[in-house]
Design a protein around this ligand. Structure first.
Ligand code: GRF
Length: 195
């Protein structure tokens, strides 16, 4: 399967997917990494691996739809089948979602439907829950919603800060994201072969 990865930040989940491919735990190719933030470390990680890294800066576009239009065009130019949001900090529009129906996957640092949004780790700490985790799900228009593919639980320890907790969650993210991509692709091909 041909992946396009969208990342705004560190790119540790990009790296996890690339490693799973290298070790043959995931049968896929990363066609392109698209990043929207010129400082995204994900871009360096991609370049180091010889993966094409394309900067599409949302600030250069008039509105979200225009930006998503260029995203779709770029993903299609690279022949992408599955779009992986790996720390993509942008709201999506139907322009992107309708171009890849049920083939966009997101990773989120909480056990959805708890703690949606960009402060999921801090929210879990503030709520005093003792277990949080991460979720990989199919993307629909509503933020951090859509059919859940996989989840992993992570304990919250008494002296956790947002940073220590996020680091522990990320270990699980790196484990389940490649597995969830494989599972989603497998399920989809089963469905398509039965119609
Ligand atoms: C992850 O915690 C992911 O769940 C969230 O953004 C973070 C991205 O981390 N959506 P990285 O850039 O892959 O290291």
């Amino acid at each position: 399967i041909k992946l396009g990865i969208l990342a705004s930040g560190n790119g540790s989940n990009f790296e996890a997917v690339a490693q799973a491919i290298d070790t043959e735990n995931l049968n896929a190719q990363i066609q392109v990494l698209i990043y929207n933030n010129p400082d995204a470390k994900a871009a360096i990680k991609a370049k180091n691996r010889g993966v094409e890294a394309i900067l599409l800066n949302h600030r250069d576009y008039k509105n979200r739809e225009k930006f998503d239009g260029v995203l779709v065009q770029t993903l299609q130019n690279y022949d992408v089948e599955w779009v992986i949001l790996a720390g993509w900090m942008r709201l999506l529009t139907p322009v992107l979602i309708d171009a890849f129906p049920e083939q966009i996957i997101n990773i989120h640092p909480s056990l959805l439907p708890s703690f949606k949004g960009i402060h999921a780790v801090e929210q879990a700490l503030a709520a005093g829950v003792k277990i949080t985790g991460c979720t990989v799900h199919l993307v629909c228009l509503e933020v951090d919603s859509g059919p859940i593919i996989m989840q992993a639980a992570v304990p919250i320890l008494v002296d956790d800060t947002a940073d220590t907790l996020h680091a522990r969650i990320q270990i699980e993210e790196h484990r389940i994201l490649p597995q969830a991509i494989a599972l989603a692709a497998q399920r989809r091909s089963l469905l398509l072969n039965h119609v």
